[in-house]
Design a protein around this ligand. Structure first.
Ligand SMILES: [Zn+2]
Ligand SMILES: [Zn+2]
Length: 313
């Protein structure tokens, strides 16, 4: 599970930062990539990475400002030419369906795969046996959602050797025990699954928010998250600017991470008024409130290790 930043700037493309798009790479988990927003030229950014557009399974749109969606029609269209045949689902606020339908129909774009569009409301917007994705409204003048991606806990690995020592032979019984079923053997012995399973694997949580002012729903979505991706359009002290334009400062993003007791914070959606030198300052500011803070750059990747696993250097 890795978070890969394709675009990390605010408002318009800049030389050092393209507009917003974030990929959640779930290659080991489900062989796919989920995108969060697709600002203009997201497909160009993808060309410089190992991400395969045909692997994109879901796209979660936070809000309908141009810097978050202008890259969608082109990306979806190119995916057809790049061997994409599997279904794609786009989740987003009301209006995303019109935007896609009109862009694709006026340009006479015909996709070779099924495109599903889900106009979401607050709550669980997707759930399967592996993941759940919950959306909540933030505070951005236009409807803007944050997403909490929660991996489900995985049952522990089967202690096959221990079972064999107990005289249980491999077969369908092993699967039952692995699935947590209590099994009665032919000789009447009862096998409790807990005794033959390793410790269960805690699921990871990644919270990716759309543009927003400081707000309670951001804290709600980020509760205990392994990684919170929060916008920080402005430096500390620019509270008035941030408020007027419905954005956050570094301090506000850090305050959300702190109150949510997130494990790690990554700042993104950085205004082009800040140069490379200033980026370091932005991180320092946030770290005054929430020490484990980093700043996104285009093509930066953050690995979210399994719990108990060590961070690779
Ligand atoms: Zn934006
Ligand atoms: Zn916006």
């Amino acid at each position: 599970m890795d978070v890969f930043f394709l675009g990390t700037g605010a408002g318009m493309p800049a030389k050092l930062r393209n507009v917003t798009s974030i990929a959640l790479k779930l290659l080991e988990e489900r062989g796919s990539v989920w995108l969060f927003d697709a600002g203009e030229a997201t497909q160009h950014q993808i060309l410089h990475t190992s991400i395969k557009p045909r692997r994109i399974e879901k796209i979660f749109v936070t809000h309908l400002h141009g810097d978050h969606i202008y890259g969608l029609p082109g990306l979806l269209s190119s995916r057809s030419f790049q061997g994409g045949e599997t279904e794609v689902t786009v989740y987003g606020p009301k209006g995303i369906r019109d935007f896609l339908q009109i862009s694709l129909s006026i340009s006479q774009t015909y996709l070779k795969y099924l495109l599903k569009v889900v106009e979401i409301e607050e709550g669980i917007v997707f759930e399967d046996e592996q993941f759940s994705v919950e959306a909540r409204l933030l505070d951005h003048g236009i409807m803007s959602y944050g997403y909490r991606v929660a991996e489900k806990d995985r049952p522990g690995t089967l202690l096959a050797d221990k079972l064999k020592e107990a005289g249980v032979q491999p077969g369908p019984i092993f699967k039952k025990i692995k699935d947590g079923e209590t099994v009665t053997l032919e000789d009447g012995r009862v096998i409790e699954p807990n005794e033959y399973l390793g410790p269960s694997q805690k699921g990871r949580v990644v919270t990716i928010l759309g543009d927003t002012r400081f707000c309670e729903n951001a804290i709600f979505l980020a509760k205990g998250a392994d990684l919170l991706v929060h916008e920080a359009t402005f430096a500390k002290g620019e509270d008035q600017l941030a408020f007027d334009y419905f954005h956050s400062t570094t301090h506000q993003a850090a305050e959300v991470a702190k109150q949510a007791e997130a494990k790690q914070l990554c700042l993104t959606h950085i205004s082009s008024r800040y140069d490379r030198h200033a980026w370091r300052e932005l991180v320092k500011e946030a770290a005054e409130i929430f020490p484990n803070t980093d700043i996104a750059e285009d093509f930066k990747e953050i690995n979210i290790p399994l719990k108990g696993e060590k961070h690779l250097p």
